[in-house]
Design a protein around this ligand. Sequence first.
Ligand code: T5A
Length: 208
Amino acid sequence: MTQNPGKFIVIEGLEGAGKSSAITLVHDFIEKHTGMAPVCTREPGGTPLAEKIRDLVKNAEPGDPLCDEAECLLFYAARAQLVANVIKPSLASGRWVLGDRHNLSSIAYQGGGRGLMSLVKTISDATLGGFKPDLTLYLDIDPLLGLERAARRGALDRIEQQEIDFFHRARATFLAQARDDRTIVVIDASKPLNEVHKDILACLGTAL
Ligand code: T5A
């Protein structure tokens, strides 16, 4: 847990899990709970430089495929910028921060999905130290269902086009992390939207 007056709440999940509408819901809950809207971040992104990195990792460069190690380093470069320039200063000033993804995504996608857990642990320790969210809501969904929802929304990006086993490995890692860490709460995101939102509000009501 952070020692700051503000709290850092993160929404995680595979593509199509429903993070966008969950973020609106949690945003409104925090605003009501604290009397002030949270600072909203997204990863990768959230600062001018980190948004440029987002573009690099989401879109393939013809003739120069991004290797797994470079992808991992880029996610952490973006995160280091965001934590130093937005998240930590906001928390220190008493603001709450609501994140669309954070370090758990790298653990799941790069550590579990790409098989780079040792590299992820090393860079995570070096760049974040013990810094972590106060609460993470992990929206759990079968990758097939999530990707189907994402595909209905529009063209799939570079990561969304990975083979399905990549997402199964990432999901297994999300769930394994949640088993070991009481600050990560698993929400069944395969339910209808109104039920998912009821579960999220129930969780916030007890956790905050
Ligand atoms: N990444 C990111 C890494 O590999 N490592 C990292 O360290 C980090 C930070 C980010 C990509 O980068 C990867 C992960 C990602 O591949 P992104 O654009 O931010 O890219 O991708 P996502 O966060 O996955 O965004 P998505 O928009 O794909 O997912 P969402 O936000 O969970 O999906 P959402 O809310 O837009 O929902 C998709 C559709 O499903 C419907 C919605 O209405 C929408 O149409 N839906 C439901 N339908 C029925 N029932 C429900 N319960 C529904 N919930 C949502």
